[in-house]
Design a protein around this ligand. Structure first.
Ligand code: CTP
Ligand code: CA
Length: 225
């Protein structure tokens, strides 16, 4: 009989996990970013590795140490994140937990923008690639299990269910990030796991506990197929 933390149900499985924010340069010293801590994504990478998976974590800038047992690719922009994910394929599992910037600055300046008396500069934005949708697209390299996140306010389940269909992923982990929930940057998370045919609402728990439960769900998925 093996102790709980010695079970390796994901041995031989490869996983790619995105985590953290992306930074999109405006000029050499400024960037567009968001408040993601990376804590949930890093915890998922560690939890998958603990169950025996060979994990590549593709992370934007965070203050977190590299999780144990994972290969970590440090990137800054969404376009770099996509390239690093594609370089990590083939994989059995993809988990997109990063808070990817939706836009980058078209043609960032290679010199620091100056106040030149002409008023503030206008930033022209261009859409970033959608990493989750790209990894979810049908094709020979599509991971068997693609999991996205949906941080929403308001009707969380309705928005997240629509997002799952739009992205083409298998599962969506939905959470409420309204002010006061403390989710963004906080240590706890209250999530719903949305699959094609079922929604599970999990009690509030630490992000590490959410990660462990999600990794177990992934292991159970591969035991069934
Ligand atoms: N995602 C991604 N690449 C992007 C944007 C989002 O991989 N360029 C992933 C996130 O990692 C997450 C999921 O897509 O797993 C949902 O992200 P979200 O920002 O909620 O979705 P969007 O399609 O950007 O929709 P919204 O307009 O609500 O921001
Ligand atoms: Ca977005």
């Amino acid at each position: 009989i093996l102790a709980g933390d010695l079970r390796k149900p994901l041995a031989g499985r490869r996983a790619v996990v995105t985590s953290g924010p992306t930074h999109e340069p405006i000029d050499p010293v400024r960037y567009i970013a968001n408040r993601s801590s990376g804590r949930q994504g890093h915890a998922i990478a560690a939890a998958l590795a603990q169950l025996g998976a060979e994990v590549t974590l593709v992370s934007g800038p965070t203050r977190l140490p590299d999780p144990p047992g994972c290969t970590v690719r440090h990137i800054e922009t969404a376009r770099e994140m996509l390239a690093a994910c594609e370089a990590a394929l083939p994989a059995d599992i993809a988990v997109c937990a990063a808070a990817v910037a939706d836009w980058h600055v078209a043609g960032p300046s290679d010199r620091k923008l100056k106040k030149d008396g002409g008023g503030p500069p206008a930033l022209e934005l261009a859409e970033n690639p959608d990493i989750l949708a790209t990894l979810s697209a049908p094709g020979g390299r599509r991971p068997a299990l693609v999991i996205g996140f949906a941080a929403e306010t308001g009707d969380v389940l309705a928005y997240a269910t629509a997002k799952r269909a739009r992205k083409g992923c298998d599962w969506i982990v939905a959470n409420d990030v309204s002010p006061g929930t403390g989710t963004f940057g906080g240590s706890d998370n209250t999530v719903h796991l949305i699959r094609a045919d079922a929604v599970e609402s999990w009690p509030t728990m630490t992000k590490e506990a959410v990660a462990a439960r999600l990794a177990e769900a992934a292991a159970a998925y591969f035991e069934r197929i």
